[in-house]
Write a new protein. Structure first.
Lengths: 109, 116
């Protein structure tokens, strides 16, 4: 079966660093994606990992360990606009992209 | 570019009614999909298509029907609406094949459906 786990909610302070974890068990693996979704809006693409290691993109970084079925999204220098849900998604053996339930991040001043 | 366009944005139905959610993309994407999003459940895949004339089931296909007669359009039909189908529906598309950008989904703005 397919299983993707993320924490339901996290809080952090403006200017801080936060790490959102994602663990997965899927039948096959062809890449892991992170999406950001503000309340009432559509998800938007943040990052993609298919090989082990860290991918950095400005204030956001994403890490993947395929042997451990583990990824994290690292957000640095948090801003109020980073308050959103962060969705971890795995492309398994087929063309399907399966999403976790998402982590709601609240950033406080 | 319009990207992915979904209509309607809001819809209220009575139990047993049928309706079609429209989805169109202008990016020449081969892959199109429909998700529903419910509180605490995340995005769940309903149906998807890898090209015109090809469709397949996702995680929660029951009660929904799709077709893909053109590359641009991928409508989702609710055959006989039930209160359990109250949800926010997202259409999403991507290019197919290998490479980094394959399967990076572009989402429509969503359609909020309420079934009474």
């Amino acid at each position: 079966g397919q299983n993707i786990d993320q924490p339901t909610e996290m809080t952090a302070t403006e200017g801080a660093i936060v790490q959102i974890n994602c663990t997965y068990q899927t039948s096959g693996f062809n890449g892991l994606f992170w999406y950001q979704q503000h309340a009432g809006e559509a998800p938007t693409f943040l990052s993609y990992n298919v090989l082990d290691g860290l991918e950095e993109k400005g204030r956001f970084s994403s890490f993947l360990s395929r042997s451990k079925g583990y990824s994290y999204l690292l957000l640095k220098e948090l801003q109020m606009k980073d308050s959103a849900s962060y969705l971890c998604a795995v492309r398994a053996r087929t063309d399907k992209l399966i999403f976790g339930t998402g982590t709601r991040l609240q950033v406080f001043p | 570019n319009a990207g992915v366009t979904q209509t309607p944005k809001f819809q209220v139905l009575k139990t047993g009614q049928s309706m079609t959610l429209q989805c169109a993309q202008d990016m020449n994407h081969e892959y199109m999909s429909w998700y529903r999003q419910d509180p605490g459940m995340g995005l769940r895949l309903i149906h998807y298509s890898v090209g015109a004339g090809i469709t397949d089931q996702g995680e929660v296909p029951n009660g929904y029907n799709v077709s893909r007669s053109t590359t641009e359009d991928f409508p989702l039909r609710l055959l006989s609406a039930a209160p359990s189908q109250t949800s926010v529906y997202f259409c999403a598309s991507s290019s197919a094949g290998g490479g980094v950008w394959a399967n990076v989904l572009t989402f429509g703005a969503g359609s909020r459906l309420t079934v009474l």
